[in-house]
Ligand binder design. Structure first.
Ligand code: NDP
Length: 284
């Protein structure tokens, strides 16, 4: 029997509806400040989508479109200002930045309680320590999908292919916190397929189109495809979905799997940030 399809689009829509209800119950709507630097067309589309869904969920959209040649001091100064502004709930610095800007020190100027992408050093430390904080959206969205599909994690073998700070590493931490036995693979892993075949839960986040085929999948495993690639034949992920469906127990499609969850989790983080603000007023 072919694998069950995990419908991320439907889960994300339900989650966004719940977020809108949560927002309506807050004393004031949270606000999301998006910072877009330059004219990268893909980034412009991502930010426009985030802003649209933010407004749809009843939140305030505070957008800043900045020139491509903005200096680190000016951008950092704006981030400091937004971090200190009680009217701003969440701050999102859209990546990638133009070459002359080093993202890490700029991200770190975002107040950790407003870090809705969960990418600052403080948010990373909170994730690793398992203390309350804002988690990176894509891996957090994967966890919601796994829970929604009823995938048992305690004691499960989980293999994460990819070790980026954006996806692979935080993904592994979140799985570890749920008591999975986690293996992280990367470009230097020996016999990748053999390692992946151990997985009850296989997370593909390598950024290589259709890299994982049925030989890398244990029968009945849950396969989460984080990869997204634009090809002449349309969008595809890191998994050869059609072939893997014959082996796996459940699988996320591309598109319509992990992708829609990422923005839903950004909105969820913005609501969580509103809670962090009421707990302790933000200061820098
Ligand atoms: P990166 O390029 O930053 O990281 C890729 C990771 O995969 C690296 O750790 C790399 O290893 C590893 N890798 C690359 N090739 C291989 C290989 N042949 N075998 C084993 N490991 C390999 O990518 P990201 O983590 O940012 O993104 C991964 C994918 O997820 C991309 O396709 C991206 O577009 C997608 N993505 C999707 C999102 C969504 O919302 N759906 C959000 C974010 C990302 P090494 O460290 O050794 O170089």
């Amino acid at each position: 029997m072919p694998a069950t399809i995990i419908d991320g689009k439907a889960v994300a829509a339900r989650l966004r509806a719940q977020i809108a209800r949560d927002v309506a119950e807050l004393p004031a709507p949270p606000s999301l400040a998006t910072l877009l630097v330059g004219e990268d067309p893909a980034s412009a589309v991502y930010v426009a989508n985030k802003r649209k869904l933010c407004v749809q969920a009843g939140m305030r959209d505070l957008h800043h479109h900045l020139p491509a040649d903005i200096g680190a001091d000016a951008l950092g100064g704006l981030i400091d200002q937004l971090s200190a502004d009680p009217e701003v709930t969440g701050i999102l610095l859209q990546l990638p930045l133009p070459r002359h800007l080093d993202p890490a020190p700029l991200l770190d100027r975002i107040h950790p309680d407003k870090d809705v992408d969960g990418l600052t050093e403080t948010s990373t430390a909170r994730l690793v320590l398992g203390t309350p904080g804002l988690r990176p959206c894509t891996p957090a969205g994967v966890m919601v999908l796994l829970d929604d599909a009823g995938v048992p994690l305690q004691g499960a073998e989980a293999v994460v292919v990819g070790r980026s700070g954006l996806v692979g590493k935080p993904m592994a931490q979140l799985l570890l916190q749920r008591n999975a036995t986690v293996t992280i693979c990367h470009s230097r892993t020996r016999d990748l397929a053999a390692v992946c075949r151990r997985a009850d839960v296989l997370i593909a986040a390598a950024g290589v189109p259709r890299m994982l085929g049925p030989e890398a999948v244990k029968p009945g495993a849950t396969v989460i495809d984080v990869g997204i690639h634009r090809t002449d034949a349309g969008l595809c992920g890191d998994v050869d979905t059609d072939a893997v469906r014959e082996v796996a127990g459940a699988i996320t499609p591309v598109p319509g799997g992990v992708g829609p969850m990422t923005i839903a989790m950004l909105l969820r983080n913005t609501v969580t940030a509103a809670g962090l603000m009421t707990r302790a007023p933000a200061g820098v």
